[in-house]
Design a protein around this ligand. Structure first.
Ligand SMILES: [Mg+2]
Length: 105
């Protein structure tokens, strides 16, 4: 994954959204959106492994498709926040993974 390319594309999208829905604190909206979307990831996992009250089960391919969409919905606003604050998210993730490796030695 090329984070720089993704960030640029997501930033273009954010500029488009802001033209129609201007707001003073886009980073807060992004954080709230990420939490909302994480709820949708949780809902899918619960439906897959526990079941749904409505009884509609997702097939393996539909589940995989929907999970990919919802995980993307979580990650996109997080990348927007990183871009907003000028954070090199790719480097930050690499550093964090190194920390986790050290913690598990
Ligand atoms: Mg969603």
């Amino acid at each position: 994954m090329n984070f720089e390319k993704l960030s640029k594309r997501i930033n273009e999208l954010e500029n488009k959204v802001r033209q129609k829905l201007p707001h003073d604190h886009p980073q807060i909206i992004c954080a709230l959106k990420a939490v909302e979307e994480l709820g949708e990831v949780s809902d899918l996992l619960v439906r897959k492994w526990v079941g749904s009250r409505k009884g509609k089960e997702l097939g393996a391919e539909e589940f995989k498709q929907r999970l990919g969409e919802e995980l993307s919905d979580v990650i996109i606003p997080l990348i927007q926040i990183a871009t907003f604050y000028g954070i090199d998210l790719e480097t930050a993730i690499e550093e964090k993974i190194s920390v986790h490796f050290k913690n598990w030695d």
